[in-house]
Design a protein around this ligand. Sequence first.
Ligand code: GDP
Ligand code: IMO
Ligand code: MG
Length: 446
Amino acid sequence: MRVAPERWFWAVQKHFFGKTTPMNSCVVGLQWGDEGKGKVVDILAENSDIIVRYGGGANAGHTVVVGDEKFALHILPSGSVRPGKTCVIANAVVVDPEVLINEIETLGRKGIRLDGRLLVSENAHVVLDYHKQEDRLREESLGKNKIGTTIRGIGPCYADKVGRSYAVRVGDLRDLQGLKAMIQNIVGYKNRLFGALYGAEPISAEDIFNKCIGYAEAMAPFIADTTEFLHDSIANGKSILFEGAQGSLLDIDHGTFPFVTSSNSSPLGMPSGSGVPAKMVQKFIGVAKAYSTRVGGGPFPTEQDNEIGQYIRDRGNEYGTTTGRPRRCGWFDAAAVSYSVAIGAIDSISLMHLDTLSGLKELRVCRGYKIDGKETTFFPANATRLAKAEPVYETLGCWDEEITGVRDFNDLPVNAKDYVCRLEELTKTPITMVGVGPERTEIIER
Ligand code: GDP
Ligand code: IMO
Ligand code: MG
């Protein structure tokens, strides 16, 4: 049986120092999302008691492949597919009840039940139809300046949360009379706003409230104070795995604004999103692909809008899990990943999709940029400066062999091993897992 490295760590701690504290860890994306977080969380969930989504909403699409079965999870933590694990949707997640209920039912049809092991924070905000409508209307009105959002209502819901006066939280579903008045007030306001700004047809408060009656019934068993639950669980020696959504470069404060999502999707969002301080988490695990991808607008210095990008897209099946959009593909950007490592105090990297690079006739890695004639290795998290960045590349050796069957790092082609080792040097971070295929077992642990 595979024993996770962190279990060894705590076994050694216990032996020498008498410490028995279980390991809490956090998995986050180091690029622009879709790095393979779902797969890494699924693997690590085997040795965790509780898996927590702490930010984002149904804009996320996390894929878990178990044998022939493929799960695409948008709002449920990826640990949901492992029976017996407790799953938490914490305060800073924006919850689309329709997506949540649909996911619970879909898993239920496959024999995976969430009853008694899912907790949804009463303080999480609720995404309703008018958020999705606003997301769409705003993107359409922006024309070529659009952000390229997932149209899942994420930005508008977070805006309502920050604005406070027109927000609905999960706990509000417990009081339908109060909710009815809230919805009438909010929808009246939204209709005036959307009518004036976009000439939109009014939406019906009654329709939205009627849907909420169904949401309230389906979600009632899961609504909880998740902060209390998480602190009790830590006190009782449970181990917690925090599952980041999106990627660090899409962070609202530290990403490539305005081409970002509306939450702190870097590890900096984990404590505020869950109510568990970062010092209670022993290990931050960053997930990166062996190349780069991005969906939606925004600067992408190493983008290969050519046959190389197409080769990666075809082999890596780089089409959005949530929207089906083709992902933009390019070379690995060590400056970008090193920036995410720095802001997240990342302990180790899980490098996914090494198999996708087999057969390329050229292999490059960006180690820094030239901006206004000056070389830098520090990633400018600013869309205007990043748009001016010319990548400085290193060319590395290629390999033709298919590597999906490899499980021991030493059995990889020498150039594939050298590629991984060079990325470790450039990012100054150990690469402890290497993905060689989408399936749960297609992983090399180092
Ligand atoms: P997430 O949002 O970070 O969870 O990533 P997504 O699920 O959106 O996208 C990652 C895609 O890559 C999914 O289709 C995974 O099944 C797939 N995947 C993950 N790891 C690997 C790998 O090592 N090799 C290959 N070929 N596919 C992988
Ligand atoms: P996971 O968790 C990749 C991108 C969108 C868009 C920008 C803003 O699967 O890695 P939003 O709908 O959040 O307002 O869109 O952020 N984006 C993602 N890209 N993976 C994701 O999630 C994403 N979530 C949002 O494409 O560019
Ligand atoms: Mg994804």
